[in-house]
Design a protein. Sequence first.
Length: 462
Amino acid sequence: MFSRHTKSHSIASQLILLFTLAATLLLACGLGVFYAIVVRHAFAEDNAVLADKLSGLSADLRENGPSVFADELTGHRAGEHAAYWTRILDSKGHTMAETPGMGRLLPGAIFPAVQKPAQAVRSRKDYRSGAKLFSLVALNEEFGGQAYTLQVAQDRSSDEQVERNFAVLLVVVLCSGGLASALIAIMVTKHGLRTVRGMTQAVGRIGPTHLKERLAPTGWPRELRPLAVAFDEMLNRLDDSFTRLSQFSADLAHELRTPIANMLGEAQVALTRDRTAAEYRETIESSVAECERLSRIVDNLLFVARVDAAREPIARKRFDARAAVQKIAAFYQTVADDHHVTISCSGDGQIYADPDLFERAVGNLLDNALRFTPEHGSIQIALSKHNTDFEVAVSDNGCGIAAEHLPRVFDRFYRAESSRGSDGAGLGLALVKSIVDLHGGSATIQSEVGRGTTVRLTFPLL
């Protein structure tokens, strides 16, 4: 099975990268809009100046005539820088005069179609000649009943260079802004993750011998408080598990030591001198009884361990609960008769469970009830079906259990009183609880000293 990520990623590097990309993108958008506005404004200004120039040339032609206008054009020196290049054509399209050098640089054929003065700027044409950029316009004008054509070229090379330099400046600003964003992101991320490093150090101080330490959620930022709470809850569970494991180990050693010590003591006593066959037989029978007790303890522990690890197979099916309970009661009836205890059953219904596990759970409850019910007592097994579950209640009128012991009666090896648990290992109710949990049900107990005990098991119907 493949993992979701082939390699680990740094949160800090991801935050720095995302912050830098976001800041650079916003800066690029802002500078792009600014550049577009500036260029558009410069373009509009150039068109406005060109329109004013055309109006002035038209007025000059109408007032002074083509001869004076031509003299003014030829008055420019060749090679002198001119922002505007002008040519006047007669009605037949022959050049009457032009700015010196214009014929070589801007031939008449490249100009757009002739327009009226009001429409000339809108129909302008851009033309590049070498390193220079020109805006070309042509317009009609009349004087003395004759039609004349004016061709005007506006040199926009300097404006183009300004735009290019401005674009380079914006790119430099964008790169500098991206670098500054990365540096700011590094500082902000390092400062923001300082609390994470603090939490890491606090967690690192917690070990098997310091499970009582906690992270104190109130001291962390709001985003980290759920993590601190979850970690403290995990520590509580671990602490409880360690405590239970330690207690379980101690109880297990105590339970196993007693039968082993009994067998070893009896064997050592038997070997101190020669014994009769009957005495050896008695010693062997006692050892066999202790071995059987050890075997039951080990079997129960293995069963509980498999249930906890969810490895115990369950073969659920529907069966008659009343018939199953009566069969179990019949098995224990001999022991009950020896103690003059009556076992009665009430209720019926179909239950959905593993028959073998169900028999083992109810059998353990009956065994406990028989051991703690006095002579001439009674045990009742009540069956009842509800909307979502099936309940089995085993009640006795024995000595009962004190209230302070009830929360722990389902723990392994726990016995409310040493005298009561002399015949058992304290695994009966723990095994019952494990079986019910395996079915997804629940086990509860009610007891009152001197009046008896009731254990209720619920099994889901589905």
